[in-house]
Design a protein around this ligand. Structure first.
Ligand code: NAD
Ligand code: GLY
Length: 359
């Protein structure tokens, strides 16, 4: 089973292919290559699983493949590792028409995309995301970048891929905790955009966690479709695109407060979405029953539905580093109702304090 949808960005439009066995489908990749040479950027975890399969597919289609295998982990999403990509590209004499292929999760995708945006002022790149989170979120929409010691994803570029291939077979080797982290972003799309999708998720969460092929393909398709719609309207996050950050202001504070890697990004977003729902309830926008429903779905996905214990000053300090901060003012993505998000800077401090204290 394979489905395809399009991200509509004029002459920078591109297809997202979703389905099983896509690593074997050279015809989904080769038409996008300006030259039959590619550098495949991956990491030490994903390479032993999928690099050989992808290389065999491309080699059989007459494409020369140069692998670049990086260390695994968010801690390596930095200048030093980025420079290793440039070292390898220059040593191999990669040219302006050489395509970079990202084979891995969001860390590899974000770094490879940024390397492609910078190398020789821009070379083509293709995303082959291998985690659920990267298949439904990070590989789509063109946000690329690395972390700075003073802030996550603070250095980067908007740079769209030529194509995205989400091979659902790769999810079979994904640790269950990583699968749940990806489900947080899937649930996010329901909360911000589509109540009917939320209802569908409530009914299919068990199947999704068991990797039922039809359910997983639908969840990825609908998630990418919603993200593509938002990105097509606001590629560079002048406004609307910020709704994709539901739960992320609270979530980033949790990630920072708990130390990177202790809470996965998706886990922090899960707990963050509960806090966003509770804030929306205190503002009178959604009912207590909606918050209970949100919590139940987040729990059903195997995610924490409550934030960890942190001092109030720490919450506000960490939330103050959010990229949505404007003129020093915190801005939040909240819910007008389930299925409709709003971005607001107008949340009284006592409301936030109440939510965070009652956690
Ligand atoms: P990740 O890339 O660290 O992958 C998680 C772990 O799973 C890693 O150890 C990875 O090596 C391993 N892995 C990957 N594929 C596997 C597979 N098929 N089988 C077994 N193990 C596999 O994390 P992630 O959750 O994919 O992505 C998180 C990153 O994405 C963060 O850096 C975040 O900032 C970024 N992100 C970017 C955007 C965007 O729009 N660009 C959106 C959301 C998140
Ligand atoms: N992950 C949020 C965005 O792509 O805008």
């Amino acid at each position: 089973m394979q489905t395809t949808l399009k991200v509509d960005l004029g002459d920078r439009s591109y297809p997202i292919h979703i389905g099983a066995g896509l690593l074997e489908r050279a015809e989904l990749i080769v038409p996008h290559l300006a030259q039959k040479r590619v550098a495949v950027v991956t990491n030490t975890t994903v390479a032993p699983l999928y690099l050989e399969r992808l290389t065999a597919t491309l080699t059989a289609a007459g494409v020369a493949v140069h692998p670049i295998v990086l260390p695994d982990g968010e801690a390596y999403k930095n200048w030093e590792t980025l420079n290793r990509i440039f070292d390898a590209l220059l040593t191999w004499r990669a040219e302006r028409k050489t395509t970079l292929i990202a084979l891995g999760g969001g860390v590899i995708g974000d770094m490879t995309g940024f390397a492609a945006a910078c190398y020789q002022r821009g070379v083509p790149f293709i995303q082959i995301p291998t985690t659920l989170l990267s298949q439904v979120d990070s590989s789509v929409g063109g946000k690329t970048g690395i972390n700075h010691p003073l802030g996550k994803n603070m250095i980067g570029a908007f740079y769209q891929p030529k194509a995205v291939l989400a091979d659902t077979d790769t999810l079979k080797t994904l640790p269950p905790r990583e699968l749940s982290a990806g489900l947080a972003e899937v649930i996010k799309y329901g909360f911000i955009w589509d109540e009917a999708f939320l209802v569908w998720l409530e009914a299919h969460m068990e199947k999704l966690r068991a990797l039922d092929a039809e359910a997983v393909t639908h969840a990825i398709y609908r998630s990418c479709e919603i993200k593509a719609q938002v990105v097509a309207q606001d590629e560079r996050e002048g406004g609307l695109r910020a709704i994709l950050n539901l739960g992320h202001t609270f979530g980033h504070a949790i990630e920072t407060g708990m130390g990177y890697g202790n809470w996965l990004h998706g886990e922090a977003v899960g707990a963050g979405m509960v806090l966003a729902a509770q804030t929306s309830q205190r503002l009178g926008w959604i009912a207590e029953a909606d918050v209970a429903r949100a919590r139940a779905l987040i729990r059903a996905a195997g995610l924490p539905d409550a934030a960890p214990d942190m001092a109030l000053e720490a919450w506000f300090d960490y939330m103050g580093h959010d990229k949505k901060v404007e003129s020093g003012q915190l801005r939040f993505v909240l819910l007008k109702k389930l299925g409709e998000a709003v971005i607001t800077g107008d949340v009284p401090k006592d409301v936030l304090t109440g939510v965070l204290a009652a956690r």
